[in-house]
Design a protein around this ligand. Structure first.
Ligand SMILES: Nc1ncnc2c1ncn2[C@@H]1O[C@H](COP(=O)(O)OP(=O)(O)OP(=O)(O)O)[C@@H](O)[C@H]1O
Ligand SMILES: [Mg+2]
Length: 467
Protein backbone atom coordinates (compact mmCIF):
# COMPACT_ATOMS: atom_id res chain seq x y z
CA UNK A 1 0.00 0.00 0.00
CA UNK A 2 2.94 2.34 0.66
CA UNK A 3 3.96 1.92 -2.98
CA UNK A 4 1.04 4.00 -4.26
CA UNK A 5 0.52 7.72 -3.78
CA UNK A 6 -2.89 6.86 -2.43
CA UNK A 7 -1.32 4.66 0.26
CA UNK A 8 1.30 7.22 1.16
CA UNK A 9 -1.22 10.03 1.46
CA UNK A 10 -3.64 7.88 3.41
CA UNK A 11 -1.04 6.63 5.87
CA UNK A 12 0.63 9.94 6.47
CA UNK A 13 -2.74 11.60 6.90
CA UNK A 14 -3.88 9.00 9.42
CA UNK A 15 -0.53 9.05 11.22
CA UNK A 16 -0.78 12.82 11.70
CA UNK A 17 -4.35 12.55 12.98
CA UNK A 18 -3.61 9.69 15.37
CA UNK A 19 -0.41 11.22 16.74
CA UNK A 20 -2.12 14.57 17.25
CA UNK A 21 -5.07 12.95 18.98
CA UNK A 22 -2.88 10.87 21.28
CA UNK A 23 -0.87 13.92 22.32
CA UNK A 24 -4.04 15.97 22.79
CA UNK A 25 -5.75 13.27 24.84
CA UNK A 26 -2.71 12.70 27.06
CA UNK A 27 -2.31 16.42 27.66
CA UNK A 28 -5.99 17.12 28.35
CA UNK A 29 -6.46 14.12 30.61
CA UNK A 30 -3.43 15.19 32.64
CA UNK A 31 -4.74 18.71 32.84
CA UNK A 32 -8.22 17.52 33.61
CA UNK A 33 -7.22 15.22 36.48
CA UNK A 34 -5.12 17.98 38.03
CA UNK A 35 -7.89 20.43 37.66
CA UNK A 36 -10.50 17.99 38.93
CA UNK A 37 -8.51 17.12 42.07
CA UNK A 38 -7.74 20.78 42.73
CA UNK A 39 -11.41 21.65 42.40
CA UNK A 40 -12.39 18.85 44.75
CA UNK A 41 -9.79 20.07 47.24
CA UNK A 42 -11.14 23.56 47.08
CA UNK A 43 -14.64 22.26 47.58
CA UNK A 44 -13.54 20.27 50.63
CA UNK A 45 -11.79 23.28 52.12
CA UNK A 46 -14.91 25.38 51.64
CA UNK A 47 -17.10 22.75 53.24
CA UNK A 48 -14.57 22.24 56.03
CA UNK A 49 -14.67 25.97 56.73
CA UNK A 50 -18.47 25.90 56.87
CA UNK A 51 -18.43 23.06 59.35
CA UNK A 52 -15.73 24.81 61.37
CA UNK A 53 -17.84 27.96 61.44
CA UNK A 54 -20.85 26.00 62.67
CA UNK A 55 -18.75 24.27 65.29
CA UNK A 56 -17.39 27.60 66.44
CA UNK A 57 -20.90 28.78 67.00
CA UNK A 58 -22.29 25.67 68.65
CA UNK A 59 -19.13 24.93 70.56
CA UNK A 60 -17.03 21.81 70.22
CA UNK A 61 -19.02 18.59 70.31
CA UNK A 62 -18.48 16.39 73.27
CA UNK A 63 -16.46 13.27 72.69
CA UNK A 64 -18.61 10.73 70.92
CA UNK A 65 -20.76 13.25 69.14
CA UNK A 66 -20.81 11.03 66.10
CA UNK A 67 -24.54 11.35 65.58
CA UNK A 68 -24.14 15.09 65.33
CA UNK A 69 -21.48 14.78 62.69
CA UNK A 70 -23.53 12.35 60.61
CA UNK A 71 -25.64 15.26 59.35
CA UNK A 72 -22.55 16.96 58.05
CA UNK A 73 -21.53 13.85 56.24
CA UNK A 74 -24.90 13.77 54.54
CA UNK A 75 -24.17 17.27 53.29
CA UNK A 76 -20.56 17.11 52.21
CA UNK A 77 -19.94 13.82 50.43
CA UNK A 78 -16.82 13.22 52.46
CA UNK A 79 -15.96 11.58 55.74
CA UNK A 80 -15.86 14.06 58.55
CA UNK A 81 -13.69 13.86 61.65
CA UNK A 82 -13.25 16.43 64.40
CA UNK A 83 -10.29 16.66 66.77
CA UNK A 84 -9.81 18.83 69.83
CA UNK A 85 -6.89 21.15 70.31
CA UNK A 86 -4.64 18.28 71.42
CA UNK A 87 -5.39 16.26 68.36
CA UNK A 88 -7.70 13.72 70.03
CA UNK A 89 -10.64 12.63 67.96
CA UNK A 90 -13.84 13.94 69.50
CA UNK A 91 -16.18 12.71 66.84
CA UNK A 92 -16.51 11.36 63.31
CA UNK A 93 -19.14 10.43 60.85
CA UNK A 94 -20.55 6.92 60.54
CA UNK A 95 -18.65 6.23 57.32
CA UNK A 96 -15.39 5.68 59.15
CA UNK A 97 -14.33 2.13 60.00
CA UNK A 98 -13.46 1.07 63.53
CA UNK A 99 -13.71 3.01 66.78
CA UNK A 100 -11.57 6.12 66.55
CA UNK A 101 -12.90 8.17 69.39
CA UNK A 102 -10.17 9.28 71.75
CA UNK A 103 -7.48 8.16 69.40
CA UNK A 104 -4.95 10.83 68.84
CA UNK A 105 -4.24 11.83 65.24
CA UNK A 106 -0.55 11.87 64.32
CA UNK A 107 1.27 15.12 63.57
CA UNK A 108 1.61 13.81 59.99
CA UNK A 109 -2.20 13.61 59.78
CA UNK A 110 -2.70 17.07 61.22
CA UNK A 111 0.14 19.10 59.80
CA UNK A 112 -0.05 22.71 60.93
CA UNK A 113 -3.79 22.77 61.30
CA UNK A 114 -3.67 23.29 65.06
CA UNK A 115 -1.54 26.35 64.42
CA UNK A 116 -4.49 27.81 62.55
CA UNK A 117 -3.51 26.79 58.98
CA UNK A 118 -5.61 24.97 56.41
CA UNK A 119 -3.84 21.72 55.44
CA UNK A 120 -4.52 19.66 52.34
CA UNK A 121 -2.80 16.40 51.49
CA UNK A 122 -3.18 13.32 49.39
CA UNK A 123 -1.57 10.12 50.68
CA UNK A 124 -2.13 6.64 52.05
CA UNK A 125 -3.93 6.56 55.40
CA UNK A 126 -3.56 3.32 57.38
CA UNK A 127 -6.80 4.19 59.23
CA UNK A 128 -8.68 3.92 55.96
CA UNK A 129 -6.34 1.50 54.26
CA UNK A 130 -6.43 3.52 51.04
CA UNK A 131 -5.18 6.71 49.46
CA UNK A 132 -7.25 9.66 50.50
CA UNK A 133 -7.57 13.29 49.60
CA UNK A 134 -7.68 15.04 52.95
CA UNK A 135 -8.20 18.61 54.13
CA UNK A 136 -7.91 19.87 57.66
CA UNK A 137 -9.52 23.18 58.65
CA UNK A 138 -8.93 24.75 62.07
CA UNK A 139 -11.87 25.56 64.34
CA UNK A 140 -11.17 28.96 65.81
CA UNK A 141 -12.81 31.27 68.15
CA UNK A 142 -11.03 34.50 67.51
CA UNK A 143 -7.41 33.53 67.11
CA UNK A 144 -7.71 30.69 69.60
CA UNK A 145 -7.72 27.28 67.92
CA UNK A 146 -10.17 25.00 69.66
CA UNK A 147 -9.79 22.05 67.34
CA UNK A 148 -9.96 21.05 63.69
CA UNK A 149 -12.34 19.55 61.14
CA UNK A 150 -10.82 16.87 58.90
CA UNK A 151 -12.53 15.85 55.66
CA UNK A 152 -11.48 12.73 53.75
CA UNK A 153 -12.52 11.56 50.37
CA UNK A 154 -11.02 8.46 48.67
CA UNK A 155 -8.88 9.29 45.65
CA UNK A 156 -10.27 6.15 43.98
CA UNK A 157 -13.66 7.86 43.70
CA UNK A 158 -12.04 10.78 41.92
CA UNK A 159 -10.07 8.44 39.67
CA UNK A 160 -13.30 6.75 38.64
CA UNK A 161 -14.72 10.08 37.52
CA UNK A 162 -11.49 10.92 35.70
CA UNK A 163 -11.50 7.51 34.01
CA UNK A 164 -15.09 8.04 32.91
CA UNK A 165 -14.15 11.35 31.35
CA UNK A 166 -11.11 9.78 29.71
CA UNK A 167 -13.27 6.99 28.33
CA UNK A 168 -15.56 9.59 26.84
CA UNK A 169 -12.59 11.39 25.26
CA UNK A 170 -11.39 8.11 23.79
CA UNK A 171 -14.81 7.47 22.24
CA UNK A 172 -14.64 10.96 20.78
CA UNK A 173 -11.16 10.27 19.45
CA UNK A 174 -12.37 6.98 17.97
CA UNK A 175 -15.16 8.77 16.13
CA UNK A 176 -12.67 11.45 15.00
CA UNK A 177 -10.35 8.75 13.60
CA UNK A 178 -13.22 7.10 11.73
CA UNK A 179 -14.34 10.44 10.26
CA UNK A 180 -10.73 11.31 9.44
CA UNK A 181 -10.30 7.96 7.71
CA UNK A 182 -13.35 8.56 5.54
CA UNK A 183 -12.25 12.10 4.74
CA UNK A 184 -8.65 10.99 4.18
CA UNK A 185 -9.77 8.21 1.88
CA UNK A 186 -11.83 10.64 -0.15
CA UNK A 187 -9.01 13.22 -0.22
CA UNK A 188 -6.28 10.72 -1.11
CA UNK A 189 -8.39 9.25 -3.84
CA UNK A 190 -9.20 12.64 -5.30
CA UNK A 191 -5.46 13.25 -5.59
CA UNK A 192 -4.35 9.81 -6.68
CA UNK A 193 -7.09 9.12 -9.19
CA UNK A 194 -6.14 11.83 -11.71
CA UNK A 195 -2.51 10.79 -11.36
CA UNK A 196 -3.40 7.20 -12.10
CA UNK A 197 -5.49 8.29 -15.05
CA UNK A 198 -2.66 10.40 -16.42
CA UNK A 199 -0.32 7.48 -16.03
CA UNK A 200 -2.69 5.23 -17.98
CA UNK A 201 -3.23 7.76 -20.73
CA UNK A 202 0.48 8.54 -21.02
CA UNK A 203 1.14 4.83 -21.45
CA UNK A 204 -1.47 4.71 -24.21
CA UNK A 205 0.10 7.76 -25.89
CA UNK A 206 3.53 6.16 -25.57
CA UNK A 207 2.12 3.16 -27.42
CA UNK A 208 1.00 5.42 -30.25
CA UNK A 209 -2.63 6.20 -29.38
CA UNK A 210 -2.18 9.93 -29.90
CA UNK A 211 -5.90 10.66 -29.72
CA UNK A 212 -6.15 9.78 -26.01
CA UNK A 213 -6.72 12.71 -23.61
CA UNK A 214 -6.76 13.04 -19.83
CA UNK A 215 -10.16 13.95 -18.33
CA UNK A 216 -9.03 16.09 -15.40
CA UNK A 217 -10.72 19.45 -15.10
CA UNK A 218 -9.60 20.74 -11.70
CA UNK A 219 -7.98 24.16 -11.45
CA UNK A 220 -5.11 23.01 -9.22
CA UNK A 221 -1.60 21.80 -10.11
CA UNK A 222 -2.94 18.45 -11.23
CA UNK A 223 -5.39 20.13 -13.57
CA UNK A 224 -2.56 22.18 -15.01
CA UNK A 225 -0.42 19.09 -15.43
CA UNK A 226 -3.30 17.39 -17.21
CA UNK A 227 -3.81 20.33 -19.55
CA UNK A 228 -0.10 20.43 -20.36
CA UNK A 229 -0.10 16.71 -20.92
CA UNK A 230 -3.05 17.00 -23.31
CA UNK A 231 -1.28 19.77 -25.17
CA UNK A 232 1.77 17.55 -25.50
CA UNK A 233 -0.35 14.67 -26.79
CA UNK A 234 -1.99 17.00 -29.32
CA UNK A 235 1.43 18.15 -30.51
CA UNK A 236 2.59 14.56 -30.82
CA UNK A 237 -0.51 13.78 -32.85
CA UNK A 238 0.24 16.74 -35.12
CA UNK A 239 3.84 15.65 -35.50
CA UNK A 240 2.78 12.14 -36.34
CA UNK A 241 0.40 13.47 -38.98
CA UNK A 242 3.14 15.67 -40.46
CA UNK A 243 5.41 12.64 -40.63
CA UNK A 244 2.79 10.53 -42.41
CA UNK A 245 1.90 13.31 -44.81
CA UNK A 246 5.57 13.77 -45.53
CA UNK A 247 6.11 10.12 -46.38
CA UNK A 248 2.98 10.08 -48.53
CA UNK A 249 4.18 13.22 -50.33
CA UNK A 250 7.65 11.86 -50.92
CA UNK A 251 6.29 8.59 -52.26
CA UNK A 252 3.92 10.41 -54.53
CA UNK A 253 6.57 12.79 -55.83
CA UNK A 254 8.95 9.92 -56.51
CA UNK A 255 6.34 7.72 -58.15
CA UNK A 256 5.22 10.17 -60.85
CA UNK A 257 8.56 10.55 -62.66
CA UNK A 258 9.51 6.94 -62.02
CA UNK A 259 6.28 5.70 -63.60
CA UNK A 260 6.89 7.71 -66.74
CA UNK A 261 10.52 6.55 -66.97
CA UNK A 262 9.37 2.97 -66.48
CA UNK A 263 6.73 3.33 -69.22
CA UNK A 264 9.28 4.73 -71.60
CA UNK A 265 11.85 2.03 -70.89
CA UNK A 266 9.27 -0.76 -71.29
CA UNK A 267 8.11 0.64 -74.61
CA UNK A 268 11.74 0.86 -75.71
CA UNK A 269 12.37 -2.72 -74.65
CA UNK A 270 9.31 -3.97 -76.55
CA UNK A 271 10.56 -2.11 -79.61
CA UNK A 272 7.34 -0.04 -79.88
CA UNK A 273 9.23 3.14 -80.81
CA UNK A 274 10.69 3.39 -84.27
CA UNK A 275 13.78 5.51 -84.65
CA UNK A 276 12.89 9.12 -85.28
CA UNK A 277 11.85 12.44 -83.76
CA UNK A 278 9.09 11.06 -81.49
CA UNK A 279 11.53 8.65 -79.89
CA UNK A 280 13.88 11.58 -79.42
CA UNK A 281 11.11 13.46 -77.62
CA UNK A 282 10.38 10.60 -75.22
CA UNK A 283 14.06 10.22 -74.49
CA UNK A 284 14.17 13.92 -73.69
CA UNK A 285 11.21 13.57 -71.31
CA UNK A 286 12.74 10.57 -69.55
CA UNK A 287 15.96 12.49 -69.08
CA UNK A 288 14.01 15.43 -67.60
CA UNK A 289 12.25 13.05 -65.20
CA UNK A 290 15.59 11.62 -64.14
CA UNK A 291 16.93 15.11 -63.42
CA UNK A 292 13.79 15.95 -61.55
CA UNK A 293 14.15 12.83 -59.42
CA UNK A 294 17.74 13.67 -58.67
CA UNK A 295 16.88 17.23 -57.73
CA UNK A 296 14.04 16.04 -55.52
CA UNK A 297 16.28 13.60 -53.70
CA UNK A 298 19.03 16.19 -53.30
CA UNK A 299 16.52 18.69 -51.94
CA UNK A 300 15.15 16.13 -49.51
CA UNK A 301 18.60 15.19 -48.23
CA UNK A 302 19.50 18.86 -47.98
CA UNK A 303 16.38 19.65 -46.01
CA UNK A 304 16.86 16.67 -43.73
CA UNK A 305 20.38 17.70 -42.80
CA UNK A 306 19.31 21.34 -42.36
CA UNK A 307 16.46 20.33 -40.08
CA UNK A 308 18.74 18.05 -38.08
CA UNK A 309 20.82 21.18 -37.44
CA UNK A 310 23.86 19.64 -39.10
CA UNK A 311 25.11 22.76 -40.81
CA UNK A 312 28.80 22.87 -40.09
CA UNK A 313 29.21 25.71 -42.56
CA UNK A 314 32.07 28.10 -42.61
CA UNK A 315 30.89 31.68 -42.19
CA UNK A 316 32.56 34.50 -44.10
CA UNK A 317 32.05 38.17 -44.64
CA UNK A 318 30.00 38.58 -47.82
CA UNK A 319 29.37 41.71 -49.88
CA UNK A 320 25.59 41.59 -50.51
CA UNK A 321 25.79 43.56 -53.76
CA UNK A 322 28.37 41.23 -55.25
CA UNK A 323 26.33 38.20 -54.30
CA UNK A 324 23.15 39.57 -55.89
CA UNK A 325 24.95 40.40 -59.11
CA UNK A 326 26.59 37.01 -59.28
CA UNK A 327 23.28 35.14 -58.85
CA UNK A 328 21.53 37.44 -61.34
CA UNK A 329 24.22 36.80 -63.92
CA UNK A 330 23.87 33.06 -63.50
CA UNK A 331 20.07 33.21 -63.96
CA UNK A 332 20.30 35.55 -66.98
CA UNK A 333 19.62 32.78 -69.57
CA UNK A 334 16.39 31.76 -67.80
CA UNK A 335 15.28 35.37 -67.48
CA UNK A 336 15.87 35.93 -71.16
CA UNK A 337 14.09 32.72 -72.04
CA UNK A 338 10.96 33.99 -70.29
CA UNK A 339 11.49 37.51 -71.61
CA UNK A 340 11.62 38.96 -68.12
CA UNK A 341 13.24 42.21 -67.04
CA UNK A 342 15.43 42.26 -63.94
CA UNK A 343 15.84 45.42 -61.93
CA UNK A 344 18.35 45.97 -59.13
CA UNK A 345 17.69 48.40 -56.34
CA UNK A 346 20.88 48.07 -54.32
CA UNK A 347 22.52 51.02 -52.58
CA UNK A 348 26.28 51.37 -52.52
CA UNK A 349 28.31 50.69 -49.40
CA UNK A 350 26.01 48.11 -47.83
CA UNK A 351 27.77 46.58 -44.81
CA UNK A 352 29.13 43.06 -45.36
CA UNK A 353 26.99 40.27 -43.93
CA UNK A 354 28.16 37.17 -42.09
CA UNK A 355 27.11 33.92 -43.71
CA UNK A 356 27.89 30.94 -45.88
CA UNK A 357 28.19 32.15 -49.43
CA UNK A 358 26.92 28.99 -51.15
CA UNK A 359 23.90 28.78 -48.86
CA UNK A 360 22.87 32.42 -49.26
CA UNK A 361 23.25 32.04 -53.01
CA UNK A 362 20.95 29.03 -52.74
CA UNK A 363 18.36 31.16 -50.93
CA UNK A 364 18.51 33.89 -53.50
CA UNK A 365 18.46 31.41 -56.40
CA UNK A 366 15.35 29.69 -54.99
CA UNK A 367 13.52 32.99 -54.55
CA UNK A 368 14.45 34.30 -58.01
CA UNK A 369 13.56 30.92 -59.59
CA UNK A 370 10.12 31.12 -57.99
CA UNK A 371 9.74 34.69 -59.24
CA UNK A 372 10.72 33.58 -62.75
CA UNK A 373 8.34 30.63 -62.59
CA UNK A 374 5.37 32.69 -61.50
CA UNK A 375 6.00 35.89 -63.49
CA UNK A 376 3.90 36.70 -66.56
CA UNK A 377 5.83 37.16 -69.82
CA UNK A 378 7.50 40.57 -70.11
CA UNK A 379 7.16 40.98 -66.34
CA UNK A 380 9.71 42.69 -64.15
CA UNK A 381 11.53 41.16 -61.22
CA UNK A 382 13.05 43.57 -58.71
CA UNK A 383 15.84 42.66 -56.35
CA UNK A 384 16.34 45.18 -53.57
CA UNK A 385 18.61 45.41 -50.54
CA UNK A 386 18.58 47.74 -47.54
CA UNK A 387 20.67 47.98 -44.43
CA UNK A 388 18.57 47.81 -41.24
CA UNK A 389 20.34 48.20 -37.87
CA UNK A 390 22.48 45.07 -37.60
CA UNK A 391 21.05 43.20 -40.59
CA UNK A 392 20.82 43.56 -44.33
CA UNK A 393 17.37 42.91 -45.79
CA UNK A 394 17.22 41.48 -49.31
CA UNK A 395 13.94 41.19 -51.19
CA UNK A 396 12.76 39.69 -54.49
CA UNK A 397 9.57 41.19 -55.94
CA UNK A 398 7.62 39.84 -58.90
CA UNK A 399 4.46 40.76 -60.80
CA UNK A 400 3.01 37.26 -60.69
CA UNK A 401 -0.34 35.97 -59.44
CA UNK A 402 0.45 36.59 -55.76
CA UNK A 403 -0.41 34.32 -52.88
CA UNK A 404 -3.77 34.36 -51.03
CA UNK A 405 -3.35 35.45 -47.37
CA UNK A 406 -4.64 32.13 -46.01
CA UNK A 407 -1.95 30.29 -48.00
CA UNK A 408 0.92 32.52 -46.93
CA UNK A 409 1.69 30.75 -43.62
CA UNK A 410 1.76 27.35 -45.38
CA UNK A 411 4.03 27.96 -48.35
CA UNK A 412 7.04 27.35 -46.07
CA UNK A 413 5.92 23.78 -45.36
CA UNK A 414 7.47 20.90 -47.24
CA UNK A 415 5.58 19.96 -50.44
CA UNK A 416 3.06 22.74 -50.02
CA UNK A 417 1.98 24.23 -53.31
CA UNK A 418 -0.75 26.80 -53.72
CA UNK A 419 -2.24 25.43 -56.91
CA UNK A 420 -1.12 21.85 -56.84
CA UNK A 421 -1.54 20.82 -60.47
CA UNK A 422 -0.33 24.10 -61.97
CA UNK A 423 2.73 24.27 -59.75
CA UNK A 424 3.77 20.75 -60.67
CA UNK A 425 3.32 21.54 -64.33
CA UNK A 426 5.68 24.39 -63.67
CA UNK A 427 8.18 21.88 -62.35
CA UNK A 428 8.14 22.62 -58.62
CA UNK A 429 7.99 20.11 -55.80
CA UNK A 430 7.31 22.53 -52.97
CA UNK A 431 10.62 22.10 -51.13
CA UNK A 432 12.31 25.35 -52.19
CA UNK A 433 10.81 27.69 -49.59
CA UNK A 434 11.21 25.10 -46.80
CA UNK A 435 14.93 25.01 -47.59
CA UNK A 436 15.08 28.83 -47.79
CA UNK A 437 13.50 29.14 -44.36
CA UNK A 438 15.86 26.61 -42.77
CA UNK A 439 18.95 28.29 -44.23
CA UNK A 440 17.91 31.82 -43.28
CA UNK A 441 16.97 30.82 -39.75
CA UNK A 442 20.21 28.88 -39.33
CA UNK A 443 21.97 32.16 -40.07
CA UNK A 444 19.93 33.91 -37.37
CA UNK A 445 17.83 35.76 -39.94
CA UNK A 446 14.13 35.97 -40.75
CA UNK A 447 12.20 35.32 -43.94
CA UNK A 448 8.67 36.43 -44.85
CA UNK A 449 6.35 37.22 -47.73
CA UNK A 450 4.12 40.15 -48.52
CA UNK A 451 1.67 39.46 -51.29
CA UNK A 452 -1.70 40.48 -52.63
CA UNK A 453 -3.36 38.14 -55.10
CA UNK A 454 -3.20 39.63 -58.58
CA UNK A 455 -0.50 42.14 -57.67
CA UNK A 456 2.59 40.03 -57.25
CA UNK A 457 4.66 38.93 -54.27
CA UNK A 458 7.64 40.25 -52.34
CA UNK A 459 9.81 37.70 -50.57
CA UNK A 460 12.29 39.22 -48.09
CA UNK A 461 14.95 37.83 -45.81
CA UNK A 462 17.50 39.27 -43.41
CA UNK A 463 21.10 38.24 -42.77
CA UNK A 464 23.07 39.63 -39.82
CA UNK A 465 25.92 41.98 -40.69
CA UNK A 466 29.49 41.17 -39.66
CA UNK A 467 29.69 42.29 -36.01
N1 LIG B 1 6.87 34.24 -56.35
C1 LIG B 1 5.78 33.48 -56.14
N2 LIG B 1 4.56 33.87 -56.64
C2 LIG B 1 3.47 33.11 -56.40
N3 LIG B 1 3.46 31.96 -55.69
C3 LIG B 1 4.64 31.53 -55.21
C4 LIG B 1 5.84 32.27 -55.37
N4 LIG B 1 6.84 31.61 -54.74
C5 LIG B 1 6.27 30.51 -54.20
N5 LIG B 1 4.96 30.45 -54.46
C6 LIG B 1 4.01 29.41 -54.03
O1 LIG B 1 4.59 28.73 -52.94
C7 LIG B 1 4.70 27.35 -53.26
C8 LIG B 1 5.94 26.81 -52.60
O2 LIG B 1 7.09 27.34 -53.16
P1 LIG B 1 8.40 26.48 -53.15
O3 LIG B 1 9.51 27.29 -53.73
O4 LIG B 1 8.58 25.96 -51.80
O5 LIG B 1 8.02 25.28 -54.07
P2 LIG B 1 8.06 25.15 -55.64
O6 LIG B 1 8.67 26.37 -56.22
O7 LIG B 1 6.69 24.78 -56.06
O8 LIG B 1 9.00 23.90 -55.81
P3 LIG B 1 10.59 23.86 -55.71
O9 LIG B 1 11.02 25.19 -55.23
O10 LIG B 1 10.86 22.76 -54.76
O11 LIG B 1 11.02 23.57 -57.08
C9 LIG B 1 4.74 27.32 -54.72
O12 LIG B 1 4.30 26.06 -55.21
C10 LIG B 1 3.77 28.40 -55.09
O13 LIG B 1 2.45 27.93 -55.04
MG1 LIG C 1 10.59 27.11 -55.57
Amino acid sequence: MMKSIFGKLMWSYLAVIVITLVIAILATSQLFSHYFIAAKQKELVRQGKNIAAILTETGMPTRGGAMFLRQFELLVDAQVLVVDREGFVVGHGPGMRGPMINRRMTPADLGDVLEGKVVTQQRYYPQFDRTMLAVAVPIQSGTYVTGAVLLFTPVADLSATIAAVQRLTLYGAGIAVILATILGYWLSRSISRPIREMSNVSLAVARGQFDRRVQVHSEDELGRLARNFNRMAANLAKLEKTRRDFIANVSHELRTPLTSIQGFLEALKDGVFPEGPSRERYLEAAHRDTLRLKRLINDLLDLASLQAGKTGWELHAIEPAELVHRVSARLKPQLDQHRLKLRHNIPENLPPVLGNEDRIEQVLTNLISNAIRFSPAEGTITIAAVSKSDTVEISVADEGPGIPPEEQPHIWERFHRVEKSRARDLGGTGLGLAIVKEIVEAHGGRVWVESEPGKGSIFSFTIPVVP
